[in-house]
Design a binder for this molecule. Structure first.
Ligand code: COA
Length: 385
């Protein structure tokens, strides 16, 4: 047996190779710095690059957009399922079941090879993964909007032709085409959420894929991991937290009490970034801009005081969920949708990693350090007291 390496939470462990993104020296997707991407591209361009390796040429982007538009159509069975759900079913749970249900209606999934390891099957697997990824990208966003409307007694909306992915989502949710600053702010948030190396949900997707299971199972697993408050669930806690503080004067007292109770401030801290998260810096600018235009600057004032307090007392810095929670609120989005929106964006990264795992697969199977009872014999049932 090889030498034992033990790192609780796999902290600092390099668990695989990837060409999709790195956090070393500032986040880059396929070599492009996140600052550049947030400034010069749209979510569709980024999603295309994550899935297919390179930024699209104009004709490739147009064809990709048209495919996404076609895939936004949801099967009737999914809409019937939405109507049958108990009121107030959490959106992340709905999304998880939706992805599972969509498996059965995907014509490409029906072509999934029975023996995917056969060399002849690998090219087919890559082709199907490409198609399934694009379908999921469109359908997850459409499913969130459709369930949101149905849960409020409204009819789901057909997609409006010609809208960007970001604008389409906001339109299918509200029935209104939002203004350009709102669309761009939302688009930037999707770019920033799209991919992040071996985070917990992506790693989950890769673990599932490493058994040569199917991509839908991998995405269902990733959704389960993302839902947790230590991962994607954090963005939904930001506004309730700011509302509890209520005024800038209460920041210190509130945080002191929280930290004394060993409570975590959601949207702060990161396993990898210990001196700050570049994504949070980029999105903070957009959040502040929107707050200004919507007359909601009181939350920004409190947020800044919170940042200052945690930086100086605990050396804690905001992560992306901190500005995202505020930005989505200024856009008028319901808090229950924040983590699902994260998922609808991150599905691009998940699918890219699933494809990459298939390209050079090795079963992910670490060891555990045993800390249970020492070796002992099984006593007969009658003698157990
Ligand atoms: N609020 C308060 N204290 C925090 C904190 C937070 N958000 N994040 C970390 N800390 C503290 C821990 O309590 C610990 O303090 P201690 O040494 O006095 O016990 C120290 O910082 C190190 O924390 P640790 O849990 O070892 O860091 P980690 O790398 O395991 O944690 C997170 C990373 C993301 C799980 C953690 O920062 C967290 O829980 N953040 C809140 C949830 C969140 O925003 N998640 C989204 C991540 S993108």
């Amino acid at each position: 047996m090889s030498t034992e390496i033990y790192a609780p939470g796999l902290e600092g462990v390099v668990a695989g190779e990837t060409a999709i993104s790195t956090v070393e020296g500032g986040l880059c997707y396929r070599g492009y710095p996140i600052t550049e991407l947030a400034e010069k591209t749209t979510y569709e361009e980024v999603a295309y690059m994550l899935l297919h390796g390179e930024l699209p040429r104009p004709a490739e982007l147009e064809a990709f957009r048209q495919r996404l538009e076609r895939h936004r159509q949801l099967p009737d069975a999914l809409l019937r399922f939405f109507r049958a759900l108990p009121p107030d079913t959490p959106m992340m749970d709905v999304l998880r079941t939706s992805v599972s249900l969509l498996t059965h209606f995907d014509p490409d999934y029906h072509r999934w090879p029975k023996e995917p390891t056969a060399p002849a099957a690998l090219a087919l697997v890559q082709d199907l993964l490409s198609k399934i990824s694009e379908r999921l990208l469109a359908q997850m966003a459409a499913a969130i909007a459709a369930y949101f409307r149905i849960s409020r007694g409204l009819e789901p909306l057909a997609p409006k032709s010609g809208l960007s992915h970001a604008a389409q989502f906001l339109y299918q949710l509200t029935g209104e085409v939002p203004d350009d600053p709102a669309v761009r702010a939302f688009d930037v948030s999707l770019i920033l959420y799209a991919e992040h190396e071996f985070n917990a949900s992506t790693f989950t997707a890769r673990v599932i894929t490493s058994t040569l299971s199917d991509p839908y199972s991998a995405i269902v697993g990733a959704l389960g991991a993302l839902k947790g408050p230590l991962h994607g669930g954090a963005n939904e806690h930001v506004m309730p937290f700011l509302r509890r503080i209520a005024t800038p004067e209460r920041v210190e007292e509130h945080l002191q009490a929280m930290l004394a109770r060993k409570e975590r401030v959601m949207g702060f801290g990161h396993r990898v970034y210990k001196t700050g998260d570049l994504r949070a810096t980029i999105l903070s600018t957009w959040a502040a801009r929107l707050a200004q235009s919507r007359g909601e600057t009181q939350w920004e004032v409190i947020a800044q005081r919170v940042e200052e307090y945690l930086r100086t007392t605990k050396n804690l810095h905001p992560n992306l969920d901190w500005p995202a929670g505020r930005l989505y609120y200024y856009l008028g989005l319901p808090i229950s949708l924040y983590t699902p929106i994260f998922a609808a964006s991150r599905v691009a990264g998940w699918c890219a990693h699933i494809r990459e795992q298939w390209q050079a697969n090795r079963l992910i199977r670490p060891r555990a350090r045993y800390i249970g009872p020492p070796l002992r014999l099984v006593p007969p049932l009658q003698e157990r007291v």
